[in-house]
Design a protein around this ligand. Structure first.
Ligand SMILES: Cc1cc2nc3c(=O)[nH]c(=O)nc-3n(C[C@H](O)[C@H](O)[C@H](O)COP(=O)(O)OP(=O)(O)OC[C@H]3O[C@@H](n4cnc5c(N)ncnc54)[C@H](O)[C@@H]3O)c2cc1C
Length: 470
């Protein structure tokens, strides 16, 4: 086929297909699963539409939110103003902050300190940053580390400090409420996106898995695709190909592909970890739960939850959609055992919850679909969209991006950069694809502030040491 084949119908591939079609190019989108959306989508499991996991859209997701506006579905997202924190034994008293005021003050000083760092591609881990700061208290460090593993499945030694710095700068540059879909991702986000793609003439083929490729000279020559019926077809690549696959699947295509990436073989150095989901359908409405996200502070499996029975339309009972940050710890257990561990853990925070309340459980550990959170030093391995193969371009949330850009924003951004790479080859006369910058905070300005506030931090730290020891 001349035109463009996009392989992988997650958010990265969908964005690339949308943008390329907008340039007037013939586009087809091949996706292995029965539906589009990848991790940002839903699947029908036992007759219910289940999200891969509940998703939030922070205000600094400029490319993602612009895409949402372009699709005309901004009303499908609602604002959430609070991220509630719940400690064991405190229900129904939700907090907005966990640590005492002094620890928080020192944490904010730490944020300024972090913003004053100038990290290159070889940064340090969040663990090393936090544990080398003389002023941070153990309570503050433990809380930040727990927050991270709950949202990214990565423990602090596996988190890039430059990435944390980048996301803090992004939140500071673009303050405002986070958004979340009014219901499941399929109905409120991915379904309407697919409709727009097809209405604009993108040929969408689900149940089509790329199993192999061949390379000849500096071009990808053939694609071997297994269809939903199990039959395998090898065809000429024809025009350009955007590979919008998770990094593990990209690596599986072999050395001729990974060697053509920029940097060569960098993708084989990347690491992802499963971030699980547990959905509990109750027989009744649990009283006093908010309709926004809740983090179960200090929970051993790093649980966050949203009562979608309140947050979404059309429910009269409680439906808890939980994200399980430390799902890896459950890898050796059967599904029944894992669910028992998680429900027991939930009940230490939600004393009203009993086994009799639970009508239906959907547990998705996602061991086969791990989530990419940038590790320390990983920036130098993340692939750029252009490759040494003249007709191959790369997209996916693991692709090169400014520090801190991860998750859906990274996926959407990578779809745009891959489309720009194709545009340069096929439509050089067209204006460049627009990619919204997130912006940064100047390390020099942060450094000045850090110096000015150092005596205050020292005074608060010595006070906490005197009143409670280390
Ligand atoms: C539980 C959970 C909660 C999350 N919450 C948030 C959140 O709140 N905010 C946020 O920003 N991000 C969140 N994320 C992350 C976010 O969903 C992902 O970063 C993003 O959706 C990745 O998009 P992608 O297109 O790069 O990859 P994917 O979504 O992985 O898409 C890749 C696609 O390629 C397909 N594919 C794979 N192999 C082949 C093949 N050989 N042939 C054809 N197709 C193939 C896959 O089926 C998939 O559809 C969360 C992730 C998880 C797991």
């Amino acid at each position: 086929m001349s035109g463009v084949t996009v392989v992988g119908g997650g958010l990265a591939g969908m964005t690339a297909a949308w943008t390329l079609r907008g340039l007037g190019l013939p586009v087809r989108l091949l996706e292995a699963a029965p539906g589009l959306g990848g991790m940002a989508g839903s699947r029908v499991i036992e007759g219910r539409t289940e999200d891969h996991g509940v998703h939030i859209f922070p205000a600094w997701y400029r490319n993602t939110l612009r895409l949402v506006r372009e699709l005309g579905i901004e009303r499908n997202l609602r604002k959430a103003r609070n991220f509630h924190q719940l400690l064991p034994g405190e229900f129904p008293a939700f907090r907005t902050a966990v640590t005492p005021a002094a620890d928080r003050l020192l944490f904010y000083y730490g944020v300024i300190d972090l913003l004053s760092q100038r990290y290159g591609p070889r940064d340090e881990s969040l663990h090393d940053f936090l544990h080398s700061r003389w002023y941070l208290t153990e309570a503050a460090i433990a809380d930040i580390e727990h927050l991270f593993v709950a949202s990214s499945a990565a423990e602090s030694p596996a988190v890039s400090a430059a990435g944390f710095r980048g996301s803090i700068a992004a939140f500071a540059r673009h303050p405002g409420p986070v958004r979340m879909p009014r219901g499941d991702l399929e109905r409120w986000f991915i379904g309407p996106f697919r409709e727009r793609l097809e209405a604009d003439g993108v040929e969408v083929r689900t149940g089509s898995e790329l199993t192999a490729v061949t390379v000849s000279g500096d071009r990808l020559e053939t694609l071997t695709v297994r269809g939903a019926d199990g039959a395998t077809v090898t065809e000429e690549a024809g025009g350009h190909v955007v590979l919008a696959l998770p990094h593990g699947r990209l690596s599986a295509l072999g050395g001729e592909v990974t060697g053509a990436l920029r940097p060569p073989h960098g993708v084989t150095e990347l690491t992802s970890r499963p971030l699980g989901a547990l959905h509990l359908y109750l027989r009744r409405r649990l009283p006093q739960l908010p309709d926004e996200h809740v983090r179960l502070v200090g929970s051993p499996h790093a649980l966050t939850l949203l009562d979608v029975g309140r947050a979404w339309r059309g429910h009269e009972v409680t439906v808890l959609n939980c994200v399980v940050g430390r799902v890896c710890r459950l890898a050796e257990l059967s599904e029944t055992e894992a669910v028992k561990v998680l429900v027991d853990e939930l009940s230490t925070y939600l004393p009203d919850l009993t086994w009799d309340d639970i009508e239906h459980v959907c547990y998705q550990p996602h061991f086969a679909a791990p989530f990419f959170a940038p590790g320390p030093g990983s920036a130098r391995f993340r692939p750029h969209s252009a490759t040494a193969l003249a007709n191959v371009h790369i997209a996916g949330d693991h692709c090169a991006a400014p520090p801190g850009v991860a998750g859906m924003e990274s996926a959407v951004r990578s779809g745009l950069t891959a489309a720009e790479s194709v545009r340069r080859a096929l439509r050089p006369e067209a204006p460049p694809v627009r990619i919204e910058p997130i912006g940064d905070i100047s390390p020099s300005a942060a450094r000045l502030l850090r110096t000015a506030l150092a005596p205050l931090a020292a005074a608060v730290r010595s006070l906490t040491t005197r009143t409670r020891g280390r």
